[in-house]
Every structure is written in C-alpha cells, then in structure tokens.
Design a protein around this ligand. Structure first.
Ligand SMILES: Nc1nc2c(ncn2[C@@H]2O[C@H](COP(=O)(O)OP(=O)(O)OP(=O)(O)O)[C@@H](O)[C@H]2O)c(=O)[nH]1
Ligand SMILES: [Mg+2]
Length: 317
C-alpha cells in the first residue's frame, strides 16, 4: 500500500485533536503520534498554530502527524518564570490591533508586542481600530507617534471597509498573527478581510468597556490559499520575562543610533561604560516612551533598569 505523506501547517488545536492546512488539500483533521504528544521543555503544548508538520494519511477523514519541522520563528509570552507560552510559529507579521476606545489599548501594550517580535525578527504592523468612535485628531496623534518611529501603521473602522485596502495589500501572500486585548475587534477584522463570517464576534461589556473573551482558540483563516491570518484569544498583557533588559532596549528604535556607536554586539546594558547611559542627553526619546520602557524593565528585574528620574536628571543638567 502506498503511504501518502504531505507537509501541512497546524491550523487549529482542540485539546488532543488537530486541524491541519495544506494549500492544495485544504483543511483536514489530524491526531498526534505517541512521542510527539510530549510538549518541549519550557513550552505549554507540543505544537502551536503555524507549526509545519509532516502528516501521513490514515483514512479518508484523518491524518497522523509524524514529524515536526524546524521553526523559522515563533512568538512567545512569559508572565511566569516557569511558563513560556508560545503563541504561534512561522509567521511573517505580528499585527497588533489597538483599539482607540472600548476598550482603549494602552501604548505600553503596543510597546510590549513590539519588543516581543523584535528579537524574533518578525515585522510588526500596528492597526488602530474603532476610529469611528473618536476624533480624527486623536487617531492622527496615535498613528503619527508610531509612524515617526518607523513602524507600519494603519487605522480602520468597520463602518468604512475601504479603510482596510492598504492593509489588505500589505498582507498579500504572508502569514499574519493578529493579537490584541479582548474586544478590540480581531475577529471582526478577520471576517472583513476574508469576506466570510467565519469567526464569532462578541459584545464589549457596557460596564467595563472590555471584551468578553469570545475567541478561545488560535485559528488559521484564509484570505486566499497563500494569504493566511491567525485569529487569537484576547490577552491582557504581553509578559516579557523571556527577554533580557538589553533585548528590551534594543527593541526601541530611539536607541539604535547609540547602539551602533557602542561597539558591543547586542545591548548588554553594562553598569559601567554603557554608551547609552553615558549619552542619555543626546538621545531623542519622549517621556511617555521612557515611562513605557521603565514599566517593561520594572516587570523583569532591577538589573539594567533605567529610571525615568535618571533620564530627567541627566537631561536637565
Ligand atoms: N464601533 C466599532 N465597533 C467595532 C469595530 N470593530 C469591531 N467592533 C465591535 O467590537 C466588539 C468586539 O469585536 P470582536 O471582533 O469580537 O473582538 P475580538 O478582538 O475578536 O475579541 P476577543 O475574541 O474577545 O478577543 C464587537 O461588538 C464589534 O462589533 C469598529 O471598527 N468600530
Ligand atoms: Mg475574537
């Protein structure tokens, strides 16, 4: 008997059951081979959405996953020292969906997402949603802040689907993981981009203005066979315990020029002879970005932490 083997990506995980995707064969159900059921040390699950696998056909309806292929990249969150949560693998973009209101996405949430993808060389896209509910000036101000730092930024509202056209062009033939707080409109966005109502949409709570965690599993949804979106459950915060203070500094474009002058490969934030610390007054960075950086470093450990007071003292001199 001929053994049929194909390369797929994991498109959805339901407990021990898997859905896998192949550009020609489409979506199929799959199960795991015995030893593959063990999660790698430090990870929650044996596989994540986006993982590339080799699967063997067992019957008309089902495939057996035989082998996990090496990851090109992955995105992880770590809020607890003993628990790394790998969110997805093999993606081209991290789309950070930031709602202007109901719920308001804090800049610090965006900055954490940017730091998480910087180390894995995954390109971020920032999309401000619900722009119909606030003034144009407010939208402009938030978009310009990140555009001026060199990021790709868009704004959109479901009341004017044409506002999605520039984003749709950017996403062509790419794999994009969409993240954001609950209720920012991730599933709404995916339904609009695909033109299908595949993802369930939930209300935002009237009393708290927050979402109700409608999406519970990460899921691949296709715009076409090569343009892949991954919907994800809303998250409150992106824990960065897997990064060092130096890696967080490196994710801030404001420091890139100083890092080039530093001469050390990779930001080490050495206590002595640190080029950045010695040249703080020449670095252009806004106070709200320093506060955001400080909050991120503060959630790691004291080492390498650069207090806002240290900055202001040095600048006022
Ligand atoms: N006014 C306005 N409301 C929007 C817009 N986009 C989404 N919404 C509403 O926001 C609410 C939440 O949308 P969802 O798409 O379920 O949000 P989500 O990010 O997928 O939420 P979780 O699955 O809980 O993480 C729904 O009531 C949507 O109708 C928008 O552009 N403008
Ligand atoms: Mg959702």
């Amino acid at each position: 008997m001929n053994i049929v083997k194909e390369k797929f990506i994991i498109s959805k995980i339901y407990g021990a059951f898997y859905e896998i995707y192949h550009p020609v064969l489409g979506f199929s159900n799959a199960v795991l081979k015995g030893k593959l059921r063990l999660a790698p040390k430090e990870e929650r699950h044996p596989f994540v959405v986006g993982d590339a696998v080799i699967a063997e056909k067992t019957n008309e309806q089902e495939w057996m996953i035989r082998e996990k292929l090496e990851r090109k990249n992955f995105l992880a969150r770590k809020s607890d020292p003993s628990d790394t949560h790998v969110l997805c693998a093999n993606v081209d973009y991290l789309l950070v969906l930031a709602s202007m209101i109901d719920p308001y996405t804090k800049d610090n949430f965006i900055d954490r997402c940017l730091a998480a993808c910087y180390q894995n060389k995954i390109e971020p896209i920032i999309l401000f949603s619900k722009i119909d509910l606030v003034s144009e000036d407010d939208v402009q101000e938030r978009m310009e802040k990140y555009q001026s730092l060199g990021y790709t930024v868009f704004g959109y509202t479901f009341t004017e689907p044409d506002t999605l056209k520039p984003l749709l062009t950017t996403l062509q033939k790419k794999v994009t993981y969409i993240c954001g707080n609950s209720g920012v409109g991730k599933s709404t966005l995916i339904n609009l981009l695909t033109g299908k109502s595949l993802q369930k949409i939930g209300d935002v709570s009237n009393s708290t203005g927050k979402g109700k965690h409608t999406t519970t599993n990460s899921t691949v949804v296709l715009i076409d066979e090569a343009t892949i979106l991954i919907d994800s459950p809303g998250i409150k915060e992106w824990g960065l315990l897997h990064l060092t203070p130096g890696q967080i500094y490196e994710s801030f474009p404001e420091f890139h020029e100083a890092q080039r002058n530093c001469g050390v490969v990779g930001c080490c934030m050495a206590d002595k002879n640190c080029y950045i610390k010695e040249n703080l007054d020449t670095i252009e960075i806004s106070d709200d970005r320093i506060l955001s950086l400080d909050a991120m470093l503060g959630s790691l450990e004291e080492l390498g932490r650069l207090k806002i007071t240290q900055f202001t003292r040095k600048r006022r001199r």
